[in-house]
Design a binder for this molecule. Structure first.
Ligand SMILES: NC(=O)C1=CN([C@@H]2O[C@H](COP(=O)(O)OP(=O)(O)OC[C@H]3O[C@@H](n4cnc5c(N)ncnc54)[C@H](OP(=O)(O)O)[C@@H]3O)[C@@H](O)[C@H]2O)C=CC1
Ligand SMILES: O=C(CO)COP(=O)(O)O
Length: 331
């Protein structure tokens, strides 16, 4: 297998667009898969993604666009997936070309709903991709700030660290630094959990809890994350590293966060359904909450924040009552 070889961006949203910008800063050309032909046509006409990060200009001569997922898989060696987690399954259902000789990079911060399966596990279980050929990208990094070339850091994790290092240079430029490690499962679970906690941070913000409270909330959330990670995947890790705590902070505090925005609407009194309709974008923590809640039935980690959000989103309990009870568990 050539590493990285020919690189494909899989997805047409904001993170896919930011990743395309990053990869084109180090590679001569890329393959890029999007689901809609009209989006590709407009992109070629205007030189930018018509729907996401449209201020970012691209030299389209350096991009081979595809709307056929099998064609892009055939023509590429490294596939960077950046589709929202709830849609991954339906994209992959169309794949008949073998994936087991490809290097897969998941830039997805979510879990496969219904299956309760991490993205890397999904590729191994259903597409026979060896674990050493799967990497994940984590870290505090909003697409909007990549568009503005604001200094950011990501972490690349792969069970075979040499493979992570072999692709790391693709994500290294003056506004982006990277770090490699082996904690694929820990980073995947942390990425799901930070979305859950960002929704709760948003709910509290919507209810007019202030910065004093948010600081206490984050301390309790990182402790809950630490306990969960140690139970599901015990490994020597420091949860204060940017890929864990940093991503929790940026998602819980940033105005760019969809998860926080979704939570804020609920805190202001919107119903879950209306908040989802208003959002127009996916807050993956909604799905992550149910998945981790179900996974935790086996591990039985004490997770008062996760349980509180589950009660609000899925048991229709009053956010005011649930959050007040939650605050009594904090220290
Ligand atoms: N945004 C960010 O800053 C970051 C995002 N991520 C992760 O990247 C992943 C992608 O997120 P992001 O790029 O922000 O998402 P966006 O909301 O920007 O993009 C949504 C994408 O999903 C597609 N889509 C919408 N509805 C459907 C559907 N019913 N079926 C199939 N595809 C659909 C859209 O296609 P269309 O335009 O054709 O409707 C679009 O390509 C997520 O897992 C996220 O957690 C990770 C780090 C940073
Ligand atoms: O993961 C992210 C930033 O690191 C994006 O978070 P949101 O999905 O909440 O926008």
């Amino acid at each position: 297998m050539k590493l990285p070889g020919k690189i494909a961006i899989m997805g047409g949203g904001s993170w896919a667009t930011a990743l395309a910008k990053i990869v084109l800063s180090t590679q001569d050309s890329i393959n890029w898969y999007m689901r809609r032909q009209d989006q590709v046509d407009d992109f070629i006409k205007t030189g930018h993604n018509p729907s996401y990060l449209s201020a970012v200009k691209f030299d389209t001569d350096k991009i081979n666009f595809y709307t056929d997922i099998n064609e892009v898989v055939k023509d590429s060696d490294t596939l960077i997936f950046a589709t929202p987690s709830p849609f991954l399954k339906q994209h992959l259902m169309k794949v008949t070309t073998p994936l087991n000789d490809k290097f897969i990079i998941s830039a997805i911060k979510g879990i496969v709903p219904d299956e309760n399966m991490l993205i890397a596990d999904y590729f191994t279980e259903y597409y026979n991709v060896p674990t050493e050929n799967i990497a994940v990208i984590g870290g505090p990094c909003h697409a909007e700030e990549i568009a503005l070339e604001r200094l950011s850091y990501i972490t690349l994790a792969c069970s075979n660290i040499e493979n992570a290092r072999a692709v790391a240079h693709v994500f290294q430029n003056p506004y982006l630094n990277n770090y490699c490690c082996k904690d694929v499962r820990g980073i995947e679970y942390a990425s799901v959990l930070k979305n859950v906690y960002a929704i709760v941070a948003g709910i509290c913000h919507g209810m007019k809890y202030g910065d004093n409270f948010l600081a206490v909330f984050i301390c309790n959330a990182i402790e809950e994350m630490r306990n969960f990670l140690n139970s599901v995947h015990s490994l020597e890790r420091d949860v204060t590293d940017s890929v864990y705590l940093g991503d929790l902070l940026v998602t819980a505090y940033s105005r760019f966060s969809r998860n926080r925005t979704f939570g804020t609407m609920i805190g202001k009194g919107y119903s879950v359904k209306i908040a989802q309709l208003e959002m127009e974008m996916i807050a993956e923590g909604y799905y992550g909450t149910k998945c981790i809640h179900e996974i935790n039935e086996k591990y039985k980690v004490n997770m008062p924040i996760l349980d509180a959000l589950y009660d609000i989103l899925y048991e229709r309990k009053s956010p005011t009552t649930v959050i007040r009870q939650l605050t009594e568990t904090f220290k």
